[in-house]
Design a protein around this ligand. Sequence first.
Ligand code: NAD
Length: 355
Amino acid sequence: MTAFWTQPDFDAHEMVHFVHDRESGLTAIIAVHSSHLGPGAGGTRFWHYADPEAAVRDALRLSRGMSYKNAMAGLPLGGGKAVILADENRTKTPEMLAAFGAAIEGLGGQYVTAEDVGISEADMVAVSEKTQHVTGLPVRGDGLAGGDPGPFTAIGIAKGIEAAVRYRLGKDSMEGVHVALQGTGSVGGGVARLLAKAGARLTLADIDAAGAKALADELGAETVTADEIMTTPCDVFSPNALGAILDAQSIAKLDTRIVAGGANNQLARAEHGRALFERGILYAPDYVINAGGIMSVGTEYLARRDGRVGKVEEVHALLDQIPGRLEAIWRASEDIGESPDVVADRMAQGLIGRE
Ligand code: NAD
């Protein structure tokens, strides 16, 4: 590996902590990109990487992404991320999770963790036995922030889609607006329900075709195959499945005025934001529109840290800011002729003192 801090992904990370615990076999990386706004917060990924360098790159990229996301969510949290390097069999033991919790506790609150790919709520409960710097724990009552982030993410996306429809189509209502939605899982399913209630016309697709069909029947929507959804003529294309779906080929075939959905890292590469902009398709930067989940678990953590319980109303107050933030990005994008993803990154860099 070349000098660590000259790698492009390093991007002046404040801290990268390498953890190895011989007894449990835990190998992990904890990265904090920025603590300018507060402790570095972001989930833990449990993944089998081809090589350790890939794990370092993933931790660095994801941690920087969390700096931007938390800043744009209006949370007093910095950006961090952890990866646990799994073996080929993805063996995960209570001892590993305990050692991981102890490592987080040893950082004295510089890093706050939560669930990510490969880590369940039950895993987080196990980690929380060794450290208080955990969020996304099960909620024990109505009206509380935290717990499953999916429904909050969906609310934020639905609000963001309504804002995009107002901005690009000049419509104050979703009545009759055609939304083609890719992925009907936790987030996509929630978005579909909210938009159906608001009167949108929906076309749904999922590789789980039966799941998409069942939801479509419930909502009076149509379905197409997973291969057809990105070329379906619509007003809004809403990606809520995988990342890296927007590349030169797929963008050329889109038949929509707006792309707005919850999937992380939708642009295959940075230049694809420009490609959407040049085609006149309004893009809602993914980490701005899909921040509802972190708004909820972030509120849960910050309240607990202050010795109180986070309320769902606090999360809704943050969710209500998503439309205005998106509109500011779109307006600036038009004014300066840059794509919305570039504008959003610049705004986030400003918020974390890295202009
Ligand atoms: P999920 O696993 O519940 O749902 C994903 C759905 O996408 C599944 O139903 C799956 O079958 C479907 N899918 C996968 N590949 C597909 C394809 N090629 N075409 C159509 N459908 C496909 O996951 P989720 O929690 O709903 O997350 C969805 C996306 O949103 C992910 O990119 C995730 O990183 C992102 N995200 C989720 C949250 C959250 O709170 N859960 C927060 C921010 C971002």
